[in-house]
Structure formats: structure tokens, C-alpha cells
Design a protein around this ligand. Structure first.
Ligand code: NAD
Length: 244
């Protein structure tokens, strides 16, 4: 079943975009859902908001414990918080590399480490990481971002191998370009937003941006009992862009 009745879920970066769509869908499917975000002030019942910065280990541990206490456990962890970066290897200073890897890669490490004791107690434990087609597509002007998501893909496979015998499944989704506030910000700062939107639409072979709800549906499937034998996989939601 893709029903999530009786399960609990924690979604990082769940106050916007893909994370918010995912938190809402998991809740609609019956899960009790907590959102962990830098700013969860827009989160309302039935979702529960918790403040944390995935780049700060103490804040992650405190928020994961608070969320697990409120939910009565954690069955599903969605590691979705992430930040972008544009440019080639010549464009991003070391500090920016450290910052993006700290959030996009170590953010997953910290949250998973804090959640594992709770996941081990669950009969239906699963982790879903938000990766990106940038992990495999060889996108121009995305050296740092692609490297961070390549690490997320490898980390997903390694975590799947490490925890499968404990009954914890680990998968990721690889979205193409998704219509979220993130992409809205990108368009706002483009010299010609209409041309930029047309270029983004054209990058996906199906001719449009992916919706946050489409990515959420893939996450919800991977987190559900229907995917009980699915672990160590990346599910592309990209209109055929990566061609995997
Ligand atoms: P978004 O900016 O709309 O939402 C990201 C959320 O993460 C925000 O609520 C933000 O507050 C939170 N966040 C950021 N840094 C954080 C931190 N240090 N600690 C806690 N929370 C933090 O972005 P989105 O487009 O929904 O992206 C979500 C994920 O999807 C990211 O991992 C991104 O790399 C990935 N992704 C996005 C696209 C896209 O085209 N939008 C494509 C592929 C993958």
C-alpha cells in the first residue's frame, strides 16, 4: 500500500517548495508529519514545525529529539534541505564550497545520525534524500552544486547498504528543474526572466518544469510500504532529462 496511516515522518527543508509539498502529501496519506526548517513559522496543523539549521549539529539533535517526542517516534526521514550554487570551478571560493557541502551533504549526515535511534525502533523505517539530476547529468555552470548532489547519490547508496539489515531502507529522488520558490528566485534575478523560464522549460524533454507535487509523489511512494523491497535506488522525476 502507498497508505501511510499510523506512520510518522520528519521532513527537513519542509517549509518551502519540494519539502512543503512532500510534508503535505505524507500528511494527506495518513502520516503524522514534522517539518524541520530554518524558518518553520508558516507551518500549521496538522503539520508540526521545528526550527533547526542542518549545518549546526546541536540544533539538529535538539530538533530531531523534539520532533520524535511530539510524534512518538520517526518512521520516515526525508532529507530535503538544500541550497544552490552557480558557476564553474573558477567561480566559487573555498568558503562557498565548504558552505554548500556542509548544508547539502553533511546536513543529511547530521539529521540521519540523530534520527537513526528512532528509525531502528520502527517496523517500517525509511530515509528518502532529495538528490538532483545534477548528480549525473553534467550540467554546465553547476560544478559545486553537482558535486554536492553527486555526494548525496553516493551517500544514499552507502547508507542503503549499511542499514538494510536493520530494516531501514534508503533511497533518493533525482528531480529535474522543479517549479519552487528557489527557481522563482533564480528567475527574478535573471536579466530576461521570460527567456530564462523558456530555457528552463526547454531543458526538460517533456517541455515544462517538474512540479513539487510530482516530486512529493515519488518521495511518498519510496517511503511507503509499497516500496518495501526498494532500497539503494534513485528515482528520476525529470521529464526524461537525465536519460537514465
Ligand atoms: P526551496 O528554497 O523552495 O526550499 C528549501 C527549504 O530548505 C527552505 O524552506 C529553506 O528554509 C530550507 N533550508 C535551507 N537551508 C537550510 C538549513 N541549513 N537548515 C534547515 N533548512 C534549510 O528549495 P526547493 O527547490 O524546494 O529545494 C529543495 C531540495 O530540492 C534541495 O535539496 C534542492 O537541492 C533539491 N532540488 C531542487 C530542484 C529545483 O529545481 N528546485 C531540483 C533538484 C533538486
Amino acid at each position: 500500500t502507498t497508505d501511510l496511516d499510523g506512520l510518522t515522518a520528519l521532513v527537513t527543508g519542509g517549509a518551502s517548495g519540494i519539502g512543503l509539498a512532500t510534508a503535505r502529501l505524507l500528511s494527506e496519506r495518513g502520516a503524522d508529519v514534522a517539518v524541520l526548517d530554518l524558518d518553520p513559522s508558516g507551518i500549521h496543523r496538522p503539520l508540526r514545525g521545528f526550527t533547526a539549521d542542518v549545518a549546526d549539529d546541536a540544533s539538529v539533535r535538539a530538533a530531531v529529539e523534539a520532533a520524535a517526542g511530539a510524534l512518538g517516534g520517526i518512521d520516515i526521514l526525508v532529507n530535503n534541505a538544500g541550497i544552490g550554487a552557480a558557476g564553474t570551478v573558477e567561480d566559487n571560493p573555498d568558503e562557498q564550497w565548504h558552505r554548500v557541502l556542509d548544508v547539502n551533504v553533511l546536513g543529511i549526515v547530521r539529521t540521519t545520525r540523530a534520527a537513526l535511534p528512532h528509525l531502528r525502533r520502527s517496523p517500517a523505517a525509511s530515509v528518502v534524500n532529495t538528490c538532483s539530476i545534477a548528480a549525473t547529468a553534467g550540467l554546465p555552470q553547476r560544478a559545486l552544486y553537482s558535486a554536492s548532489k553527486g555526494a548525496v547519490l553516493s551517500l544514499t547508496l552507502a547508507m542503503a547498504a549499511d542499514h538494510v539489515r536493520e530494516g531501514i531502507r534508503v533511497n533518493c529522488v533525482n528531480p529535474g528543474t522543479v517549479d519552487t520558490p528557489w527557481v522563482g528566485r533564480l528567475l527574478d534575478t535573471a536579466p530576461d526572466p521570460a527567456a530564462e523560464r523558456a530555457a528552463l522549460n526547454g531543458r526538460q524533454p517533456h517541455g515544462r518544469l517538474v512540479t513539487a507535487e510530482e516530486v512529493a509523489a515519488a518521495v511518498a511512494y519510496l517511503a511507503s510500504p509499497a516500496a518495501g523491497s526498494v532500497t539503494g535506488t534513485a528515482l528520476a522525476v525529470d521529464g526524461g532529462m537525465a536519460g537514465l
